[in-house]
Ligand binder design. Structure first.
Ligand SMILES: [Fe+2]
Ligand SMILES: [Fe+2]
Length: 374
């Protein structure tokens, strides 16, 4: 009797992904033998490109996490091509490549050449983004706990950021952690004292996100905003920079001024964050709005240039923008020390009415003043 094995779509897709990765590695390995423009190089690129067509839907996210190659959230079983690609990622100092719909054969050719060439840094193209999985879970939990006190479950926040990159964000965890610190405002009047203890060695990704969330909820509460909305603002503020997971780590941590091209890539994070968060089921609609608008200015300038709501920044985005500005300047970064609070207030006053809602800037300064002089 003949048995026909019917393969599911997922199984076929898994095979397709594996075939693409294999052909990518073969193309990269052969790149050393042929220059770009050589017929053989074109053949390899063409093969890769055609295999990609069968598997590319929303995006193809290729990541290396803990020595494992993960493509669109599915780990690929071991194999010579897989380990070769992991080693190449490591040599290049990258841990993820995102290939977006609309990618051209020429871009795939450029990607192959970039991976193959030793010493060459990876570039991003319109439909190919290279960078790092920007979350490194620190082992120094002791100092973090001391830093935030018991009202913020920093371990849970680290977990949330880890799950963010796998698109497996647990809304329940997110709600729980925000409810916890919103409730703490009622009990602990001097909650912000913890924020002044941020260490330079803490992971900026989640400490910044946590600070912005706390500072946003703090402002919102002072304005008499309802408890339910406070939680939504806290959640959205925690995720305001989610789009940075798509930006290369080299650019994010660059020790110096960004060039025009690098700044253009950074400027994509509000749009990428909004696009990403809008697709997470059950997440507050405020999250993509705030992610999209947090670098817009009160007067309609800033970025992105595309505007929602006739160019007017949502009031909650204005709140987050104030918190974001304060925390970004106060934190110590690889390229500069943290700025003195008084200097930040001077800059904030200067920007009132132009960069910031003047009422919110004033309110923030007096709230912080009251806390810091307690
Ligand atoms: Fe941002
Ligand atoms: Fe930010």
């Amino acid at each position: 009797m003949n048995h026909t094995i019917v393969k599911t779509d997922t199984a076929l897709k898994g095979e397709g992904v594996r075939a693409f990765i294999t052909s990518l590695v073969i193309a990269v390995s052969n790149c050393a033998l042929y220059s770009r423009g050589h017929e053989a190089f074109d053949e390899f690129t063409k093969k890769c490109f055609s295999l990609l067509q069968g598997i590319l839907k929303d995006r193809l996210a290729i990541m290396v996490i803990d020595n494992e190659l993960i493509v669109n959230n599915n780990p690929l079983r071991e194999g010579i091509h897989i380990s070769n690609l992991i080693a190449r990622f490591k040599r290049k100092g990258i841990s993820r490549i995102d290939i977006l719909p609309g990618v051209t054969q020429n871009e795939i050719g450029q990607l192959i050449a970039d991976i193959a060439e030793t010493g060459k840094t990876m570039k991003s193209y319109s439909h190919i983004k290279t960078g790092t999985v920007d979350i490194q879970l620190s082992n120094e939990t002791g100092s973090d706990v001391a830093q935030y006190g018991s009202f913020i479950d920093i371990e849970k926040i680290k977990g949330i950021f880890h799950s963010l990159i796998f698109k497996q964000l647990d809304i329940k965890d997110l709600e729980e952690v925000v409810l916890q610190f919103v409730a703490a405002f009622k009990k602990e009047s001097n909650i912000l004292k913890y924020l002044s203890l941020i260490r330079a060695n803490s992971d900026y990704t989640y400490t910044h996100a946590t600070n912005v969330a706390v500072l946003s909820v703090f402002q919102a509460e002072s304005l008499g905003i309802s408890q339910e909305l406070l939680c939504e603002i806290g959640i959205a503020a925690l995720l305001h920079d989610a789009g940075k997971i798509f930006i290369s780590k080299d650019i994010l941590g660059k020790n110096g001024k960004l060039d025009e091209k690098e700044f253009a890539e950074i400027k994509m994070h509000p749009l990428q964050g909004a696009w990403y968060l809008a697709k997470i089921p059950g997440l507050s609609r405020l999250a993509p709005i705030i992610a999209f608008e947090h670098h817009m200015k009160y007067d309609g300038s800033g970025y992105p240039e595309a505007r929602l709501n006739g160019g007017k920044q949502h009031i909650f985005s204005q709140i987050v923008a104030v918190a974001d500005f304060f925390d970004a300047l106060r934190s110590t970064r690889p390229y500069r020390g943290g700025m003195d609070v008084k200097e930040i207030f001077i800059l904030m006053k200067k920007g009132a009415g132009k960069d910031f809602n003047p009422f919110l800037a004033d309110n923030f300064i007096s709230l912080m003043h009251a806390v810091l002089t307690k």
